[in-house]
Write a protein that binds this ligand. Structure first.
Ligand code: IPM
Ligand code: MN
Length: 350
């Protein structure tokens, strides 16, 4: 039987409960579609940091390397560990070490979910650059704590990095509607974003069948609200993509629905799948979290593993559950717990 070897990183806050919920659904899909998921759970989290002074063991990356994929819950417990420590100790090193340069985030309204705009036609695929740009981590602080204090954070855009994310987005646009929105801010950022636009035009020449439109990020944000039906695939830098995908999540009904795939299309290491929502410590352990995002992330993982029918089955079951509206969590207007909603999705698959 086909067996996929998955590392589970539940992490902090609501991470463990949404990962348990996602695995309930993925196991149902495995049984129904005849494959097996071999999972290994790594309880690396802010508690690990408090106990050991590290978010993951020194050989953490090597251990993750042995898996086909990583399914991650959430990282962060800001009351105990600064986010700048926890995220730079676990989530961000995984994205960088495995060169997961594509952060793909589908924003679509599931049946039965209205979202705040009540948009009828909302189906956008955001492709966010995930390894460089504004989140390169280059910079420093001097004269700390004095009036002369200076902080520098340098955004780094390489031809290699910009070109490969654009090429990936063009490929995706080709597979979907043939429309691509390239996001920059070249009217204000005259070095990096003019460069982005130039590379976009160069890559566009290789994709005559894709219609690329360039937008400034501010205008694109407004367009996502006013004319989302004019957008399909959207490609953006790390920071711009981060912000636009929270906007996309809000429009699709909230962060409880937004899923993401951190991909290295070249292979060579595991890709990582995660809900976009954070650890939500205020509701952790209470069964209030919407499992849709982690289930959807799980479906993206199955697709990446080649289990396309199972991935479609999971999404169809999730959508059947939101459409019925009976067994959904409070953020969707229901009374079900995280586990009960996941059980309804699993039942729909069975
Ligand atoms: C996300 C998150 C992270 C990011 C944070 C937690 C570093 O906001 O996945 O969108 O900005 O990438
Ligand atoms: Mn974000």
């Amino acid at each position: 039987m086909r067996t996929h070897n998955i590392a589970l990183l539940p992490g902090d806050g609501i991470g463990p409960e949404v990962i348990d919920a996602a695995m309930l659904v993925l196991e149902a899909a495995a049984a129904r579609f005849d494959f097996a998921l071999k999972t290994q759970r790594y309880d690396w989290s802010c508690q690990t940091y408090l106990d050991t002074g590290r978010m993951m063991p020194a050989d953490g990356i090597e251990r993750l390397q042995t898996h086909d994929c990583i399914l991650l819950g959430a990282v962060g417990w800001p009351a105990k560990v600064a986010d700048s420590v926890s995220l730079h100790g676990l989530l961000l090193p995984i994205r960088k070490q495995f060169d997961l340069y594509v952060n793909m985030r589908p924003h679509r309204l599931l049946a039965g979910v209205d979202g705040p705009l009540r948009a009828k036609d909302f189906d956008i695929l955001c492709i966010r650059e995930n390894t460089e740009g504004e989140y390169s981590g280059a910079g420093g602080r001097v004269h700390q704590g004095t009036k002369a204090e200076v902080a520098v954070e340098t955004a780094i855009f390489t031809r290699h990095g910009v070109e490969r994310i654009l090429r990936y987005a063009f490929e995706k646009a080709r597979q979907r509607s043939g429309r691509l929105a390239s996001v920059s801010k070249s009217n204000a950022q005259k070095h990096s974003m003019v460069f982005w636009d130039e590379v976009a035009e160069e890559v566009a020449a290789d994709f005559p069948d894709v219609r690329m439109t360039r937008y400034h990020v501010d205008a694109l944000a407004a367009r996502m609200v006013t004319h989302p039906e004019t957008l399909d695939v959207v490609v953006a830098s790390n920071l711009f993509g981060d912000i636009l995908t929270d906007l996309g999540a809000a429009i699709q009904g909230g962060l409880g629905f937004a899923a993401s795939a951190n991909l290295n299309p070249a292979g060579g290491g595991p890709s990582m799948f995660e809900p976009v929502h954070g650890s939500a410590p205020d509701i952790a352990g209470r069964g209030l979290a919407n499992p849709a995002a982690s289930i959807w992330a799980g479906a993206m993982m199955l697709e990446h593993l080649g289990e396309v029918a199972a991935a479609e089955g999971v999404i169809a079951a999730l959508e059947a559950t939101t459409a019925a509206g009976q067994t959904v969590t409070p953020d969707c207007g229901g009374e079900a717990s995280t586990w009960e909603m996941a059980e309804a999705v699993a039942q729909a698959i069975r």
